[in-house]
Design a protein around this ligand. Structure first.
Ligand code: NAD
Length: 387
């Protein structure tokens, strides 16, 4: 007889009928690594037509679409996001912003100002100021802006939120989160992640944004108040970190490790650490401590929503201290496709953004607060103006 808990592992997804009578006209801004996942996803959507692609590097967008099997498709090519958005004959419904971090804000704001819906890759941008400008442009436009946190669609992440909302943990007062890799500075396609002018922020934004989203989404995204941050670049600046490319060390202008102590509204403390590289297997599991129970989530590389093992709830039943293990669940389907689908559905129904900027603004403010506090060498107050 199988374990009864196995029944919870597979979660059936409801199959929705998609009205493909009108195809949404999509443009891709930035045709690097992650654009592949966007184009693959859009190709599986019956109500989508990719009509345009832009990249700053001459010929890159054309070669990219050829590689993606769309060389013969009716796609127009542009040398920048601006040239693409300015071509009104395209009648774009939406764009995917797949540029490196430093170009997230200008591309997203320009698209929204021109009445185009935006699916923006994570992290939202680099600074809090940029995030505020993005939110203002979205509000003014009345268009959909969704931010690319595909782990939200993972069943384990949904379960984490349900556990918190069930009240079994009581009032949550302390959270430790983060994760990362022993060695994993992302340079397989060049240096756009590690240069200040393109990446803007390192591990902190690249994978830190996911671990922050995991716990903040579970507890309802309370406002961040203050932060004491630290960041370092010992691995990034070491030529030995790049076999075959020692020159990358000179270009490294971001963080490869960050840690912080953040106070959130409602008396919650967030203790955070994230690494692209470290002399450890993990900087620690994610834990949530509450007045009625505690939760441990074995750590991961924190990008795809997977968890490192079953979650454990530590609580008291009838005066006894007991543990409840929540089996790891398999998500039925591709989380990346789900993020794209949820965005398209929001456009078609006029609904709200599936991963709203109002939440991710707080995520970005924490990231930027950590960077600023680390540079100043003291605690900073997180100021977020009215949108
Ligand atoms: N959701 C995920 O799982 C996931 C995974 C990897 C990367 N990402 C995110 O996706 C983004 C892109 O990552 P990548 O690895 O594809 O980067 P990349 O450097 O490989 O590609 C970015 C491309 O954008 C182009 N570009 C930059 N500014 C532009 C502009 N204004 N107009 C047109 N083209 C422009 C660049 O020339 C480059 O070709 C990053 O922000 C990263 O954090 C998300």
């Amino acid at each position: 007889m199988g374990n009864i808990l196995d029944k919870f592992k597979e979660v059936p997804q409801e199959k929705k009928e998609i009205d493909a009578s009108r195809k949404l006209r999509i443009g891709i801004i930035g045709t690097g690594w992650i654009a592949e996942a966007h184009v693959d996803g859009y190709k599986r959507m019956p109500d989508v037509e990719i009509v345009a692609a832009a990249d700053l590097i001459p010929g890159k967008a054309e070669a990219f679409m050829e590689r993606m099997g769309l060389g013969d498709a009716d796609i127009k090519y542009y040398p920048s996001h601006k040239a693409m958005i300015d071509d009104k004959s395209l009648n774009l419904d939406a764009v995917s912003v797949c540029t490196y971090n430093c170009q997230h804000a200008p591309c997203t704001i320009y698209a929204l100002e021109n009445g185009i819906n935006v699916l923006l890759e994570k992290p939202m941008c680099v600074t809090t100021e940029e995030a505020v400008e993005i939110c203002r442009a979205e509000k003014k436009s009345g268009k959909i802006l969704s931010i690319g946190f595909q782990p939200r669609f993972d069943e384990n992440m949904k379960m984490l939120k349900r556990i918190v909302e069930s009240g079994v943990l009581g009032k949550i007062y302390y959270i430790q989160t983060g994760g990362g890799r022993r060695r994993g500075i992302p340079t397989p396609f060049g240096t756009t992640f590690i240069e200040k002018e393109t990446g803007g922020i390192g591990a902190l934004g690249d994978i830190g944004c996911y671990s922050l989203d995991m716990v903040l989404n579970a507890i309802g995204y309370p406002k961040p108040l203050t932060v004491t941050g630290y960041k370092s670049d010992f691995f990034g600046k070491n030529p030995e970190s790049y076999p075959g490319h020692p020159e990358y060390a000179e270009k490294f202008g971001v963080d490869d490790f960050a840690a912080a102590f953040i106070r959130l509204e409602g008396g919650v403390i967030l203790d955070f650490r994230i690494a692209w590289a470290m002399n450890l297997d993990t900087p620690g599991d994610t834990i949530l401590m509450g007045t009625e129970g505690g939760l441990r989530i074995p750590s991961t590389e924190c990008w795809n929503g997977s968890i490192g093992g079953p979650m454990t709830i530590y609580h008291e039943v009838g005066g006894a201290q007991v543990e409840t293990k929540i089996p790891v669940m398999n998500t039925n389907g591709n989380v990346f496709d789900m993020k794209i689908r949820s965005f398209l559905d929001a456009i078609k129904t006029g609904g709200t953004a599936p991963i709203p900027s109002s939440q991710i603004l707080y995520n970005q403010a924490i990231i930027d607060g950590i960077a600023k506090s680390a540079e100043l060498g003291r605690e900073v107050t997180i100021e977020i103006p009215e949108i």
